[in-house]
Ligand binder design. Sequence first.
Ligand SMILES: NC(=O)c1ccc[n+]([C@@H]2O[C@H](COP(=O)([O-])OP(=O)(O)OC[C@H]3O[C@@H](n4cnc5c(N)ncnc54)[C@H](O)[C@@H]3O)[C@@H](O)[C@H]2O)c1
Length: 384
Amino acid sequence: MGKVDSIPMSHPDFLPTGRPVVGERRSYGELPPEKRLGVGVVGLHEGHTLLVALRTTGLCRAVAGCDLSEDKRGAAAESTSGLFVTDDYDQLLGREDVDIVAIYTPDSLHADQIVRAMDAGKHVICTKPLINDPAAIPALLEVAERTGKRLQVGQSTRFYEPFQRQRELFEQGVFGDVEVLDAHYNHRMDWYYEKSPWTVSDTHWAYLGLSHPVDLVRWYLGDIEVVHAVGTTTALGAKYGMKTPDAISVNLRAASGRIGRVLGNYGFHELPRARALIECFLMGDRGTSLARYPDLRFTYHDDRGVEIEEDFHHAMSGYYFRHELKGMHYGEFANYADSFARAILDGAPNSPDLKEGLQTVLVMRAIVESLESGQVISPKRLIG
Ligand SMILES: NC(=O)c1ccc[n+]([C@@H]2O[C@H](COP(=O)([O-])OP(=O)(O)OC[C@H]3O[C@@H](n4cnc5c(N)ncnc54)[C@H](O)[C@@H]3O)[C@@H](O)[C@H]2O)c1
């Protein structure tokens, strides 16, 4: 710990690959394996995806894994040679070779595990939703301030190829001023309720599911001033005993006056030819674009108004899915791990960081309040 923090990107150990490029994979630079930042992963279901993804990164390496389940620890040790595994989070935190702790446990455990990781002197990657109870915000801000440790929200959708392409063109001004943004994450979740009962009993889908489209709205529109949400419980949600709505529609207005719309339906019958699970439909004063997940397709207007479709399935399904099922998250996780490592090594900002992630949590909290009260709600702002 500490040694690698001080290596500048100009150091000869870096094989400069320039800025991230579109191709077989994205690259944020390369370090020799022994100089890469060591990652310790807690929660080895979705966290196992990160272990595998780290095989393709240039700045990180998997060194440790923690899970209460013996089966998950066994699978992780088998897939990742040399991995230290434990069921004791404190043991993982005590390891010198862990520079970054990556958290993939049930939502309600994230806040406590972040505080403990930073207290142990580690940087943190935390999957989405960052937390599902804003009561933890003061403790998170305090520990980050006191320790100087950094946090990257594992906001996977942002780091998926079509969404990265959409952002690149947005930053080049291709779409102009975004006036309206329509984002959704719709996914029939019976398999998830079966696999992980905490997704029914111990979280709210305004956090667990809507964290993807709400983050996209904030990424483009900035601070959100008002939200109005309506929700219903689907037949599937009722069958699994869901106590809060599992189909939620939200209208949002940003401080800029621009507007967004977010939909999450976790009980519907999917129609993948017609609609992708996640979509970000960006309507700007100069052009329009659509990024989709898990399709590796991105559609937009060029400056002549000609509609263009970039299809990355052939070029990048090995990177994003490792040729398994569509939607395996390997590429997105590799992208955010390495972009975070690069920011740490450069002393540069990362995004979404702790404050940005917490501001998104406050928008999701406002959505819950709006669902409960039927009122239009203004999200609270982070202080400091
Ligand atoms: N797109 C994405 O980035 C994405 C996708 C899926 C899940 N997630 C997030 O990942 C998190 C986990 O989701 P999942 O589907 O893997 O859930 P899961 O229930 O399948 O797995 C959670 C794992 O955490 C382990 N665990 C629970 N408590 C623990 C503790 N105290 N110490 C160590 N291990 C513990 C469990 O044994 C289990 O293996 C959630 O926050 C979810 O929102 C993100």
